[in-house]
Design a protein around this ligand. Structure first.
Ligand SMILES: [Mg+2]
Length: 261
């Protein structure tokens, strides 16, 4: 992994500024610091202001594991190009197979509820297109996590993805962040795509490596990550946005990309 903000990598950012590019971000741990209570996660005012400025210069999108409605309240007022919830499965439009996915998620919720309701501190967040089983508040976190994992692994047709706030359970054939990012790049016909994320669900993007135009960035260095670049910590997102804003201002604007939202 290479330090994206190192002097020697300036060319990578300059290329994003110079070409017809899109900037895609995860929310928790990327745009917003991780907090103990997921409902309280929000961007710092500085990040919000910079993302606003960046979104006027580049098509910017947020791809999150949160439900779309939840994300929308956290990024309200920003001129974003696209917003995707539920790991990319929820974009506000209907698609084939969606009803079956919603039915499966409902059945999983009932099954998990039966098996996990008695464990103190474990709760199931129903995001309709996916579930998150939270266990960070459990008094015996490790044992609770094992029980949650066993229960989740017994669900048929489910993809399990570890997250900051618990285990995400999504339909195996539903879009995930990797497929969602590819679809956004295709839709924009972008020459280059930046994706910044910080956890296991983002590895599905980092691993996709569809072409040389995908610049993958992990928040925090990790030996096991498939991302090409890293930011040292979440605070560095402000420095990245500032650099991209300054570089694009210094370049002639590339051909515009139509807004999706
Ligand atoms: Mg995240």
């Amino acid at each position: 992994m290479k330090d994206l903000m190192a002097r020697g990598q300036r060319g990578v950012l300059r290329e994003l500024a110079r070409t017809r590019s899109i900037l895609l971000f995860d929310f928790d741990g990327t745009l917003a610091p991780i907090v103990r209570v997921p409902g309280l996660a929000r961007m710092r005012p500085s990040t919000r202001a910079l993302l606003h400025e960046a979104a006027l210069l580049y098509p910017c999108a947020v791809v999150t594991g949160r439900a779309l409605g939840d994300l929308q309240t956290r990024v309200a007022g920003l001129p974003l190009w696209a917003m995707l919830g539920n790991h990319g499965a929820e974009d506000g439009e209907r698609r084939r197979g969606q009803r079956a996915a919603l039915r499966a998620v409902r059945a999983w919720r009932r099954s998990l509820h039966e098996r996990l309701a008695s464990i103190d501190g474990v709760w199931i967040e129903d995001k309709r297109f996916s579930l998150t089983v939270h266990f960070r508040g459990a008094s015996r976190a490790r044992r609770s996590m094992e029980k949650v994992l066993r229960a989740a692994q017994s669900l048929s047709g489910a993809r399990l993805v570890e997250g900051h706030y618990g285990i995400n359970v999504l339909p195996i054939d539903a879009p995930h962040k990797g497929t969602a990012v590819r679809a956004l790049s295709r839709r924009a016909r972008s020459e280059s795509t930046l994706y910044v994320g910080d956890d296991c669900s983002d590895e599905l993007v980092f691993a996709s490596r569809e072409g040389p135009d995908l610049v993958t960035v992990r928040v925090g260095h990790s030996r096991s990550s498939r991302a090409t670049f890293y930011l040292r910590d979440q605070r560095e997102i402000d420095g990245l946005l500032s650099a991209l804003i300054a570089l694009r201002r210094a370049e002639p604007a590339p051909e515009a990309i139509a807004r999706l939202v």
